[in-house]
Design a protein around this ligand. Structure first.
Ligand SMILES: [Zn+2]
Length: 295
């Protein structure tokens, strides 16, 4: 088993996180730009970790400029930064430094694109399926997570979650067409009648690294396997095996973006965001059996 390979669910290796150095309390300040440029690191993780330091004024001018440049092109981090700023402003209003003064003007958040979601039955349990008017944005396994988790993910990505009741038509023809297409292709896939999804996918609001990983993963064909290392190599970051595993663990569109086909270099299954039993069931449905695969 290679130590830098993808994550496993609930094992000691997953908890030890090889490669992460323990932080000494008196460690000298390491520039977040240097950390973000390391080949095994997702810069968006670094940026989000640095938000408290940013709001406390602990970052250098060059670090603040790096954050500006990154958030100019990364909608995911721009969203995180906006939420953090909003939280800080709210706290400032709750704990004012001086006189309370006039009531603050109510803030109206900018309109977010709606993501309509429905529940689709499947052999691996009910699936929450969310689409915009144009494309599929999220699939969430209901097992142990479900609707709250789906709504949180959609909000994080900048969408407004909108439930559609059973049997209720979509709000317009376009969204209805997308939902129907997803529903019927999932039914065909689980029924063994489809080995290739033909659906428009929306990966907006995700970190660029995650998008690269998902775009590489979507090309792994039905019934075939690739490795975390293989995906890392394909996106030009061969050392980022563990970051690839983490990104796939948070795959917003499982089944359709087939992260279940990605395993460790030693042939073991690795992890799966929806639970390993579902990974095994999806692989079995595609006729894949691995040595040492057990469910
Ligand atoms: Zn980012």
């Amino acid at each position: 088993m290679t130590p830098s390979d993808g994550p496993t669910a609930g094992t000691a290796e997953a908890i030890q996180r090889p490669g992460a150095e323990p932080e000494a309390a008196d460690a000298p300040h390491v520039s977040i730009i240097m950390v973000a440029n390391r080949p095994d690191v997702d810069p968006c993780d670094v940026l989000c970790d640095a938000l408290p330091a940013l709001s406390c004024g602990d970052l250098s001018l060059s670090e603040r400029a790096w954050i500006d440049r990154h958030t100019a092109t990364c909608r995911y981090c721009a969203n995180e930064l906006e939420c953090y700023d909003h939280l800080c402003q709210t706290l400032d209003q709750v704990y004012p430094a001086g006189d309370i003064g006039p009531c603050p003007t109510p803030r109206f958040l900018p309109t977010k694109p709606a993501a309509w979601y429905v529940v689709v039955e499947s052999p691996v349990g009910p699936l929450f399926v969310a689409t915009t008017d144009d494309a599929l944005v999220e699939i969430e396994f209901s097992k142990g997570r479900g609707e709250d988790e789906l709504r949180r993910h959609l909000l994080e990505r900048g969408f407004a979650p909108r439930p559609l009741a059973e049997g209720q038509d979509g709000p317009n023809d376009s969204s209805r067409r997308v939902i129907d297409r997803v529903r019927s292709q999932l039914r065909e896939y689980f029924g063994g009648q489809r080995d290739n999804f033909d659906l428009p996918l929306d990966l907006s609001g995700l970190p660029p690294f995650t998008r690269d990983v998902l775009e590489a993963t979507v090309n792994v064909p039905f019934g075939r396997l690739d490795t975390y290392r293989g995906i890392a190599t394909r996106i030009g970051k061969p050392a980022a095996t563990r970051a690839v595993g983490n990104a796939l663990n948070r795959n917003p569109i499982p089944v359709v973006v087939p992260c279940h086909r990605i395993i460790r270099s030693d042939g073991t299954a690795g992890g799966y965001g929806g639970g390993l039993d579902i990974k095994f069931r999806l692989l079995a449905l595609e006729g894949v059996t691995l040595a040492g695969l057990s469910g």
